[in-house]
Design a protein around this ligand. Structure first.
Ligand SMILES: [Zn+2]
Length: 112
């Protein structure tokens, strides 16, 4: 795994939260005022590719990121744009055909 110059700042920013790249950039810039948007985006994408950040589709086609790498679902409130983690132990999956294993589950439960 590569070392990213801004990894600690980005991970601290994302801890227990679900943020867009713009949200992360705005908060990282408070700590590093001279940092460029492209630098933050490049670090975020590299960290997502390496599994340090989890990337998931948000509302209105935006991509969001988080540091919680445990398998979980999201409760999404369309009115406020807020995401909450929802434990997979509350969700049951059945009817999976023979020969398939669950490698990843992504569930978003939306409130409109
Ligand atoms: Zn989450």
């Amino acid at each position: 795994m590569r070392t990213h110059q801004y990894r600690d700042i980005i991970c601290t920013t994302c801890t227990c939260r679900h943020l867009s790249a713009d949200d992360i950039f705005d908060e990282v810039r408070v700590k590093e005022p001279k940092i460029g948007r492209a630098t933050v985006y490049r670090n975020i994408e590299a960290m997502a590719e390496e599994g340090v950040l989890r990337r998931f589709p948000g509302i209105n086609g935006k991509t969001y990121y988080e540091c919680n790498d445990a398998t979980h679902a999201h409760l999404v409130d369309d009115a406020t744009g807020m995401f909450c983690d929802f434990p997979m132990s509350n969700i049951s999956v059945s009817g999976i055909p023979d020969g398939y294993d669950i490698a990843e589950i992504r569930i978003q439960i939306r409130k409109q």
